[in-house]
Design a binder for this molecule. Structure first.
Ligand code: GAR
Length: 221
């Protein structure tokens, strides 16, 4: 472990492709973070197995083992804090977190969401984009606040909705963008370029009144 790397904890519930994108950049040195632990609410999450195989410490915390959501949140916070992260990274963590938990990590917890927020908060975003007939879709990285998918957005990537798209095609196109903008945004935070000041992200001393926008051509689609 080197001291110039920001200690982070990553929370996953599913396949963990964003985790892998972050870990790969950390491995090459492109992203100055030290993944102290990967935590999951699902012991069977493929992302957790991948992390363990990669030599990253992992822990699973089951909601069913706790009396209620608040007790789960407290246990989760305890496990996170044991690793003393400077940043908590939600990477496909599919639990709604309570206000107390979110406030504890105010300004130091990021999430990636598969839509152009504030459009399509919540689940099934790709299906809803298709049903709505949207011409474009995308992904957002935002600071987490108690309002679900409602925190200040730092950066978004836009992708077109193409004729013949189904949920899977759209999800893959969006996910490829997540893998670019999420590590990039975490890198800004890790290098002290990005902070949350009040309710606004500040990047390089500039208040972001609107999210930064990355076109799909910015990265491999
Ligand atoms: C990603 O598309 C992420 O944006 C989404 O879950 C997927 C996780 O994929 N998160 C949410 O919907 C949170 N509201 P991954 O496990 O392969 O990184």
């Amino acid at each position: 472990m080197t001291t110039d790397r920001l200690p982070i904890v990553v929370l996953v519930s599913g396949s963990g492709s964003n985790l892998r994108a972050i870990a790969e950049r950390a491995r090459t040195g492109a992203l100055p973070v030290d993944i102290r632990c990967v935590l999951s609410d699902r012991a069977a999450a493929p992302g957790l197995a991948w992390a363990a195989a990669a030599g990253i410490p992992t822990e699973a915390i089951a909601v069913a083992d706790h009396t209620d959501r608040a007790a789960f949140d407290r246990a989760l916070a305890e496990r996170i804090d044991a690793h003393a992260p400077a940043l908590v990274v939600l990477a496909g963590f599919m639990r709604i977190l309570g206000r107390e938990f979110v406030d504890r990590y105010a300004g130091r917890m990021l999430n990636v969401h598969p839509s152009l927020l504030p459009r399509h908060r919540g689940l099934h975003t790709h299906r809803r984009v298709l049903e709505a007939g949207d011409a474009e879709h995308g992904a957002s990285v935002h600071f987490v606040t108690p309002e679900l998918d409602g925190g200040p957005v730092v950066v978004q990537a836009r992708v077109p909705v193409l004729p013949g798209d189904d949920e899977a095609k759209l999800a893959a196109r969006v996910l490829a963008q997540e893998h670019c903008i999420y590590p990039e945004c975490i890198g800004w935070y890790a290098t002290g370029r990005l902070r949350l000041v009040g309710e606004r992200p500040v990047l390089d001393g500039r208040v972001l009144e609107t999210p930064l926008l990355r076109e799909a051509s910015h990265a491999a689609a």
